[in-house]
Design a protein around this ligand. Structure first.
Ligand code: NAG
Ligand code: NAG
Ligand code: NAG
Ligand code: NAG
Ligand code: NAG
Ligand code: NAG
Length: 324
């Protein structure tokens, strides 16, 4: 059973005491301790924002009063038993201003708590590799510098609209700012052309503010696979000056085959092949017509390039001219 509050009990005791002494004009209020108060006691403001604090007392004739804080002040207003100050450009994650009054040789104090928050105004997904080999891991890393308090942040790494990993930083100390989320992802063929991004949520709804969301720019991944084997060259060993001969170069196990580049040359004469693709196989076909300057031993070269890698095959051919 809850009894009367301690304050009320003291007041009642005081009243009985004064009745007992027959001193009616001493009110119960005179027995109450004097206090200082700070309004608001607890505040959450956006970083760089401002706030009015009202420091007051019930001391009938306070001698001196003030507000101790490291924050920048702008305006002040005063009354007999109060003092209000505007604090501006509040950037510290957390500060504790103190309101005080001197009252009958005692100092009355009240301590407040001002915290700041910062929206996720920078959400950065670290650049992806230009070309990522299928079957190897790559790193997705998202940074949200400055945003906080970190304890109210949740970061999500996404592939298109699919959530890959979601992490909440709940439980972090109130002064903590900024967050990083990193994930290791195995690159697959299906990831070629997929767009990765990062979403940051600062949830201040429990503090009576909103949910602040932002997302990074998305980054497109390009994956590739290239067989370890060299391309196969098909060409006659002997080529006659002036006559057209078909030369071809084939490589299987290419993904995405359409992105591959082919260099086909006879000596330093570059050929312009026709490319045909069939699934993961690429075939480059060209007509070689050696000139008389190429007579002798020559190299036929085929280089297939995909992503950051290439495979090549060289074959020796002999260019001859028919004796007249
Ligand atoms: C500050 O608080 C006192 C006591 O509650 C009040 O009388 C006064 O009007 C307030 N001043 C401002 C500027 O709000
Ligand atoms: C500082 O006070 C001046 C004068 O009262 C006012 O015009 C100005 O807006 C205040 N600054 C901020 C940041 O509120
Ligand atoms: C969201 O993040 C982007 C990228 O970091 C930034 O350019 C943009 O200003 C942010 N938007 C908001 C509302 O904070
Ligand atoms: C990729 O990373 C996962 C988890 O970190 C690990 O278990 C796996 O062995 C790695 N795979 C390769 C091919 O490096
Ligand atoms: C990824 O983004 C690019 C550019 O915004 C777009 O052209 C492409 O279609 C997107 N890919 C997927 C799989 O949505
Ligand atoms: C091609 O000829 C060069 C010399 O001209 C020789 O060093 C090389 O081994 C030959 N390559 C093949 C595959 O026969």
């Amino acid at each position: 059973m809850p009894g009367p509050s301690p304050g009320l009990r003291r007041a009642l005791l005081g009243l009985w005491a004064s009745l007992g002494l027959g001193v009616f004009h001493l009110s119960a209020v005179a027995q109450e301790p004097f206090w200082a108060d700070l309004q608001p006691r607890v505040a959450l403001v956006e970083r760089g924002g401002s706030l009015w604090l009202n420091c007051s007392t019930n001391c009938p004739r306070p001698e001196r009063g003030g507000l101790e804080t490291s924050l920048r002040r702008n305006g002040t207003q005063r009354g007999l038993r109060w003092l209000a100050r505007q604090l501006i450009d509040i950037r510290e994650p957390e500060t504790q201003p103190v309101c005080f009054f001197r009252c009958a040789r005692r100092t009355l104090q009240a301590r407040g708590l001002i915290r700041t928050f910062q929206r996720p105004d920078r959400v950065e997904l670290v650049p992806l590799p230009a070309w990522q080999p299928v079957g190897e891991n790559f790193t997705l890393s998202c940074r949200v510098p400055g945003a906080g308090p970190r304890g109210s942040l949740t970061l999500t790494l996404l592939r298109g609209s699919q959530e890959l990993i979601r992490h909440s930083f709940a439980g972090e100390p109130p002064r903590a700012r900024g967050a990083v989320l990193t994930a290791t992802v195995l690159a697959r063929r299906e990831d070629h052309g997929a767009n990765f991004s990062c979403r940051a949520e600062l949830d201040l709804r429990p503090q009576g503010l909103g949910l602040f969301e932002n997302s990074s720019a998305s980054r497109e991944l390009r994956t590739f696979a290239l067989s370890p084997d060299p391309p196969r060259l098909a060409a006659p060993r002997l080529l006659e000056v002036g006559s057209e001969r078909l030369v071809s170069c084939t490589l299987d196990g290419l993904f995405p085959a359409s992105e591959a580049g082919v260099y086909l040359a006879l000596g330093d004469q570059r050929l312009s092949p026709d490319i045909t693709l069939e699934g993961d196989e690429l075939m480059a076909t060209a007509t070689a017509t050696p000139s008389s300057e190429q007579e002798g031993s020559r190299q036929l070269v085929c280089i297939v390039t995909l992503g950051a890698e290439s495979r090549e095959t060289r074959e020796n051919v002999t260019v001859y001219s028919k004796a007249e």
